[in-house]
Design a protein around this ligand. Structure first.
Ligand code: AMP
Length: 540
């Protein structure tokens, strides 16, 4: 090997905030704080305070590799924690407060966090669980509040007690910088442990012009919580690109988001479809429009055509992306290619409604049940496997979970079932555990649900597999009714029959008062499968 003669600085997260402080010192970070007032300061201020925080953490005894938990809203303090903790080799463990008690107890103990930086909102939750959390974990409050918890310090006191005389240390880029647990609708949560290197490479990849392009003229509003996959990398991509950051704090309702977008001149917003749906409803109901917003990035679940078109009509491009906690999170972006400009609007919209193409750095393939690679013909379904420098290669201290999904050569089983077309566009058709396997063929529950949801009497729809003696599994459609409506098996079957071959049609239709949901709003199909495990379709 002839070794290259170029710089070999380690790729560290601290590069981001240092770059911003040196080159974008007066660019603002604006945050809505817990008690309402808008806080503003600059990257220069943020970096100085992150240095003080880093010194405070060292004084508290944080050692490289120690897990330091945060339970906090999107604000400048959370931004400082991301950088202060990772910058000294600690692991910033962001905890999702909407998880169940059982999951939270598991996560705290599994991660064995030494410290918890706690937003006042979540004090009652931690008071309730305290006895079951690691006894040695010490709590720092982000702002003063009444509590029965034993509190080590207040955040501002820690920061105030230090000076700025500190240099960000260099260390191995393969060290862990952040930890985020993923909690599917089944099984125990699994820890995804990001490294400095993976985080930096992901940040480069994620902010490419063909991905979530952002530059120093942009104003970015991450509505996606910083406890969901590192706020989709915005704590890194924003300082890396010198963008003005706007943090919504605890308020993500339409009116609050509107105030920030218009007041701060936001150009790019990031969030799940529900956020954009609520925001669009707010604009419609209040007869408002947006003036600066040009792109909203939507991921986490699929977007609807109606929503994409609603934003289009407002002059805002809704960009659909797919990813996972295990992928840091970015996997695909539904951006058009040059050749698509020749297509009509309708056909372009169809492309933009797919989950999109792999971003540079992510390899993808689909395989059948036997692990045989399937063609990228846009027709054949298979489980989606991914590989790359920011894709998980093992769960934190969980060999069993790792073995189940990571192959020796690094391919990670996403659990998503997809088609890939010859241009590389991925269309998710199901979660692997939700796909209906009937007579050796796969039926997409999502396709059926989307079609059922278009029925005028239906509020929500879920399709699950029920056991069948001849076909192994058959689809069962479960719906809830819109107020004052009564969906029927006949009318739904007639609607679906227009789009699906007979063998794909649900064997029966059930109307429930409501469907079970997870804390993040996804339907818990496992629960439905349990409810209807012994369901026998009546002869008709
Ligand atoms: P999480 O790790 O909690 O972010 O969840 C990742 C899972 O969410 C993926 O495996 C998908 O099943 C789903 N998901 C994420 N983005 C999308 C999308 N754009 N369309 C459909 N499903 C998505």
């Amino acid at each position: 090997m002839l070794r290259g003669l170029m710089g070999e600085q380690e790729l560290l997260v601290s590069m981001c905030i240092q770059h911003a402080a040196r080159n974008h010192a007066d660019t603002e970070i604006v945050s809505r704080t817990l008690d309402g007032p808008i806080h503003r300061y600059t990257y220069g201020d943020a970096e100085r305070r992150a240095r003080r925080l880093a010194k405070a953490l060292l004084r508290l005894g944080v050692e490289p590799g120690d897990r330091v938990a945060t339970m906090a809203w999107n604000t400048y303090r959370h931004f400082e924690l991301y950088h202060g903790i990772s910058g000294i080799g600690g692991v910033c463990h962001t905890i999702n407060p909407v998880l169940s008690d059982e999951q939270l107890i598991y996560i705290f103990n599994h991660a064995d966090d030494r410290f918890l930086f706690l937003e006042a909102t979540f004090i009652p939750l931690i008071e309730r669980l305290r006895a079951q959390l690691p006894a040695g974990m010490q709590i720092i409050l982000l702002s003063p509040a009444e509590t029965t918890l034993s509190v080590l310090a207040l955040y501002e006191d820690l920061v105030a007690a230090e000076n700025e005389d500190f240099d960000w240390p260099a260390f191995d880029e393969r060290s862990a910088c952040a930890l985020c647990y993923t909690s599917g609708t089944t099984g125990k949560p699994k820890g995804v442990l990001y490294s400095h290197r993976s985080t930096m490479l992901h940040a480069f990849g994620a902010s490419l012009p063909g991905a979530i392009a952002m530059g120093a003229t942009d104003v970015v509003l991450p509505v996606v919580p910083m406890f969901h996959v590192c706020g989709w990398a915005t704590p890194y991509t924003a300082p890396m690109n010198g963008v003005k950051l706007v943090y919504p704090g605890p308020k993500t309702d339409g009116a609050s988001i509107y105030e920030l977008i218009e007041g701060e001149g936001v150009t790019i917003g990031l969030g799940v479809p529900t956020v954009w749906l609520n925001f669009n409803n707010y604009l419609r109901d209040n007869n408002q429009n947006v003036t600066s917003l040009r792109t909203v990035l939507s991921g986490g679940t699929a977007i609807s055509k109606t929503l994409l078109q609603a934003y289009e009509a407002r002059g805002v491009t809704m960009v659909h992306a797919w990813g996972m906690t295990e992928m840091s999170p970015l996997g695909t972006i539904a951006a058009l290619k040059r050749k698509h400009s020749a297509l009509g609007k309708e056909a372009q919209t169809d492309v933009r409604l797919t989950q999109g193409r792999a971003v540079f750095g992510v390899e993808m393939k689909i395989v059948n049940d036997e692990g045989v690679e399937q063609p990228h013909d846009g027709e054949t379904m298979g489980e989606l496997l991914v590989r790359g420098p920011w894709v998980v290669r093992g769960y934190y201290n969980d060999e069993e979970a790792t073995k189940a999904v990571v192959e020796k050569d690094g391919w990670f089983h996403t659990g998503d079932v997809a088609k890939i077309d010859p241009d590389g566009y991925v269309k998710l058709t199901d979660r692997r555990k939700d796909v209906i396997k009937s007579g050796g063929e796969w039926i997409s529950s999502i396709d059926l649900e989307n079609a059922a949801m278009a029925h005028e009497d239906v509020a929500e729809a879920a399709v699950i597999a029920i056991p069948h003696p001849k076909w192994d599994e058959r689809p069962l459609l479960i719906v809830t009714a819109r107020p004052g409506r009564q969906p029927t098996r006949e009318s739904l079957t007639a609607l679906l029959a227009k789009r699906f071959p007979k063998w794909m049609l649900p064997d029966d239709v059930i109307v429930l008062d409501e469907l079970p949901h997870t804390g993040t709003g996804k339907v818990v199909k496992l629960k439905l499968r349990e409810m209807f495990r012994d369901y026998i379709v009546a002869e008709r």
